[in-house]
Ligand binder design. Structure first.
Ligand SMILES: [Zn+2]
Ligand SMILES: [Zn+2]
Length: 356
């Protein structure tokens, strides 16, 4: 089969690889319909290896070169021995993690924090491919009123849900979102349907700001507006209760802290490509909290429920649909070079599922 394989930094290629294996006990083989290109894929392509294992992964024993891709939906192709609840043709999506079941986090059933978690496309072969074989316990049925294109957003939507959990979003909160990329726009849709009192988004002019405004967001362009000053004025001089930093760099981290009230919360969502520099007194002297977040928090079922209920619609976030063969040029390269023109590019792995 054809698949997009990571060989090294700026060296992902669509090549012939062996077919995905037949499902073993407890596994299913899935025919992949659509896979979203995630910031994580771009980080590995542009600045990796970050998570991509060069030595055998402690859980799976796999090492690069590996097939990339983890945000997907498709159809059950084949069911392994002992698997119940799935049959060929079922519409499904999956969590990206495979966990060890033995570490401290796994013992607490916090599988998405497994100390040796193997992510699809990062610790095992991913889904920029026509087929994938994975454990059935990470697979979920897609509600009937969601397309497979929409369901390919189940993982980032679950991350967005987990971001709000980590930030302890409360009734009446004012919220600042830094970055109107896919993650920020999913968070915005969730917050819009919550009891938050005010929401501000920060993004430069371009496609992302446009989509944010079309969803009803107030968008501040940081090249034109002093964000900290503006947000404070809008919150009686206090700053917001909660800031979500999806951009993940030293400047946005500082902006996030300074725009947040005394004892407010900042959730750091972005992945840093290098160590950050910020004034720790921006944290200490206002008793602010800086909170990390990783992965879905096992919130895929919740994400699917929210999508089925219309609380989140990823469709306006899709800026292009492309073929697997074009994933590097029209996908990775395009998303990096023309970041301002793209929110989410989704990749089709099987032409007969283009309309799925
Ligand atoms: Zn992702
Ligand atoms: Zn574990």
């Amino acid at each position: 089969m054809r698949a997009a394989v990571w060989y090294g930094r700026k060296n992902t290629k669509v090549v012939d690889v062996p077919d995905a294996p037949d499902p073993g006990p407890g596994e299913v083989k899935i025919k992949v319909a659509w896979t979203g290109i995630c910031g994580t894929d771009l980080h590995e392509y542009w600045a990796g290896p970050i998570w991509m294992p060069l030595e055998p992964h402690p859980l799976t024993g796999k090492a690069a070169p590996l097939i990339q891709g983890h945000e997907f939906a498709g159809l059950i192709e084949e069911v392994g021995p002992g698997v119940v609840g799935f049959k060929p043709g079922d519409r499904v999506t999956a969590d990206s993690e495979t966990h060890c079941g033995k570490c401290w986090a796994c013992q607490r059933h916090e599988y998405s924090l497994c100390e040796i978690c193997a992510y699809l496309g990062l610790g095992r072969d991913g889904v920029f491919a026509p087929y994938v074989t994975i454990p059935a316990d990470s697979v979920f049925h897609v509600p009937a009123n969601i397309s497979l294109q929409q369901a390919s957003f189940s993982e980032p939507t679950a991350v967005a849900v987990h971001v709000l959990q980590r930030g302890r979003l409360a009734a009446g909160d004012s919220v600042l979102i830094l970055g109107a990329g896919n993650q920020g726009l999913l968070q915005y849709q969730l917050i819009r349907h919550s009891s938050a009192s005010q929401v501000f988004m920060v993004e430069f002019e371009g496609k992302r700001a446009e989509v944010a405004r079309s969803l009803g967001a107030e968008v501040l362009d940081p090249s034109k507006v002093d964000v900290v000053d503006y947000v404070k004025k809008q919150t009686d001089g206090r700053g917001v209760d909660l800031t979500l930093d999806d951009a993940g760099n030293s400047e946005t981290l500082t902006m996030a802290l300074q725009a947040t009230r005394i004892q407010g919360r900042v959730v750091e969502v972005g992945i840093f490509e290098k160590p950050a520099t910020f004034n720790i007194n921006d944290l200490v002297l206002k008793e602010r909290e800086l909170i990390g977040i990783l992965n879905t928090g096992c919130m895929i079922p919740t994400a699917l429920k929210l999508m089925a209920a219309g609380r989140v619609d990823p469709t306006p976030l899709i800026s292009n649909r492309i073929d697997l063969e074009d994933v590097v040029e029209k996908g990775f390269e395009e998303c990096i070079i023309h970041k301002d023109k793209n929110v989410k590019v989704i990749v089709n792995s099987n032409r007969d599922l283009w309309d799925a």
